[in-house]
Design a protein around this ligand. Sequence first.
Ligand SMILES: [Zn+2]
Length: 83
Amino acid sequence: MCDERSVLVQGKNFICTWCEHQENLERGIIRMVEEYKLLFPNRLITVSSVSDWCGLNINRSKLYRILRKHFEMVGSGKNAFYR
Ligand SMILES: [Zn+2]
């Protein structure tokens, strides 16, 4: 993908506005979370931080489902984070 800031969410995919390359939304989010973990090992992964990091208008409950499925959830409610 050219630039993560140039992608749009369309259904279950990310679509690059530059080259129209498509990536599965779920896989793309996991990849971005892994990048975030590498770049900011001391920061907590939360629905908000991932949403800010991705810079996309992803439905929060969708993001939450993806995080819960692929990462371990620690805590609950607004203070929950993932690892
Ligand atoms: Zn592209």
